[in-house]
Design a protein around this ligand. Structure first.
Ligand code: FA5
Ligand code: MG
Length: 467
């Protein structure tokens, strides 16, 4: 409830998004930066790395089995985004600290899963892929951005239409028709915990669930394998061009081998559920979530005889692996030094090359320390004034204020210190902001000016008291 406190004074009466006008209410919390990105649709922009990545992933899920939907509007109802998928009323994803609302019943989709129930209800058979821009209030670092692109995939089988009504056998036969790969999967089947991921025992036999899970995992491993093969070919071609010959050690051979693993996950609309992680830049990077679709979704939407799988991929995360793009902010760049590197690739994938960073400009670190309004919960007593009370504090609010004030010059923001004053019970926080432009070296004066703007915005918008 505290997080739903309205910003009464600040929201406009109406907003227009992709040609449609919406009436706002006190739930409105979309920043102007984010609003301005709703028309970009990078997944449809010719030769953009997100669009190229979408096409390569689509090639692993070919028609006629899979149908593609790439232009569903990002404005959806709260019902579609959450309720239709079985999110409980108190799920944290619904909070205004995490989701961009236009009004109480209308929001910017937080995932492409928002369209699953509708397509199932329309009787989708076989499978489908949905690509689109999605929106989340989230942290600031090199792999998170408040707008990104997802691809949803789903596959359905129907007991009423498979031979002898034997769904498991039909799925295994389809699995057998899929290509094989020889990629090493470090943790191919982590155990599922029944409390998080129970077998849907009233609706599925263990054999059916196992067959669907095997088909799902193979399909996604083939997707990653395809991406990595293309990345490797690109690196080889780039190294060959540099050496003039192909006889020397190639960059591909020097590339770290691909490491992938499955990790148990949990989603309200799948069970069992997993995430697929890929080792990248020294750490495990989560690239997708997936699982065996919940029976309720099919039962409500299409029919109780159906079952299948679904996944949701972060397209930027895959594009970062494919092109070796080091920072997610780059996808939004209109700099020709970025865009020109992908020209002609969409129509001729043999031209794909690793991204060559134009140069890494120096980082400028600046710290900001402040007191939150009022006493902390531990100190007792409520805070006076209009600022953020300690109990009402959410890191994502700060992340957004920083992004709004300094734009894409912020590389990351980290909480470096936090304490409660023993006598007053007030909470102090210190955040370290890394200002680094992708396009030029920031001067000290520019970094200071930006940090001043950020500090003032924190005071004005969050009511903190700078120390
Ligand atoms: C989902 O969004 C689920 N809808 C996925 C799903 C679909 C599960 C169907 C089961 C069945 P998650 O929140 O983990 O899950 O996001 C999916 C992917 O989006 C992540 O693995 C990651 O690749 C990407 N992603 C998430 N947040 C960000 C962000 N802020 N910036 C860039 N990519 C992100
Ligand atoms: Mg996740």
């Amino acid at each position: 409830a505290a997080r739903s406190r309205p910003d009464v004074a600040t929201h406009p009466q109406t907003v227009e998004i992709n040609g449609n006008k919406y009436t706002t209410d006190p739930w409105f919390n979309v920043s102007s930066t984010v609003l301005s990105l709703t028309s970009r649709k990078l997944h449809l922009q010719k030769d953009h790395p997100v669009a190229i990545t979408r096409k390569i992933v689509e090639s692993v899920f070919p028609p006629p089995t899979y149908r593609y939907y790439n232009d569903f509007d990002p404005v959806v109802s709260t019902y579609e985004n959450f309720d239709s998928l079985g999110f409980p009323p108190d799920h944290p994803g619904r909070a205004r600290s995490d989701t961009y609302y236009i009004n109480k019943d209308t929001l910017l989709r937080t995932h492409t899963s928002a369209h699953e129930a509708e397509l199932f209800r329309a009787g989708a058979s076989g499978g489908f892929l949905i690509s689109g821009d999605v929106y989340r209030r989230d942290e600031v670092d090199r792999s998170h951005y408040p707008v990104f692109h997802q691809m949803e995939g789903a596959r359905v089988w129907d007991r009423n239409t498979v031979p002898n009504g034997d769904l498991a056998a039909a799925v295994l036969q389809d699995l057998d028709r899929l290509p094989k790969h020889n990629m090493t999967v470090e943790d191919p089947s982590p155990p599922s915990h029944p409390d998080r991921n129970p077998l849907q025992a009233e609706h599925h036999t263990p054999e059916e669930a196992a067959a669907v899970a095997a088909h799902l995992k193979r399909s996604l491993e083939l997707m990653v394998n395809e991406i990595f093969s293309r990345a490797k070919a690109a690196a080889t071609a780039a190294a060959g061009a540099k050496n003039g010959t192909t006889t020397t050690t190639t960059a591909a051979e020097r590339t770290e081998p691909l490491r992938v693993r499955w990790v148990e996950a949990s989603f309200p609309f799948t069970s069992p559920s997993w995430e697929l992680e890929v080792f990248y830049q020294g750490d495990w990077l989560e690239v997708l979530g997936c699982g065996v679709s919940k029976h309720e979704l099919h039962a409500h939407a299409s029919g109780p005889s159906r079952m299948g799988w679904a996944f949701g991929i972060g397209l930027e995360r895959i594009a970062m692996l494919l092109f070796r793009i080091p920072d997610i902010r780059l996808f939004w760049s209109r700099d020709v030094r970025f865009l020109s590197q992908f020209r002609g690739v969409e129509d001729d994938l043999a031209r794909l090359r690793p991204f060559v960073p134009f140069s890494k400009y120096p980082a400028c670190y600046r710290d900001v320390s402040f007191w939150l309004r009022g006493a902390s919960a531990a100190g007792g007593g409520g805070g006076a004034g209009a600022g953020k009370a300690a109990a009402d504090w959410h890191g994502n609010d700060l992340m957004e204020v920083v992004r709004d004030a300094a734009g894409d010059c912020v590389e990351d923001v980290r909480l470096v210190d936090e304490f409660v004053h023993p006598a007053t019970g007030r909470r102090s926080m210190c955040y370290r902001i890394n200002y680094r432009s992708l396009e030029k070296t920031l001067t000290n004066a520019e970094a200071n000016e930006m940090h001043g703007r950020v500090t003032r915005a924190l005071v004005e918008r969050l009511g903190v008291e700078v120390r």
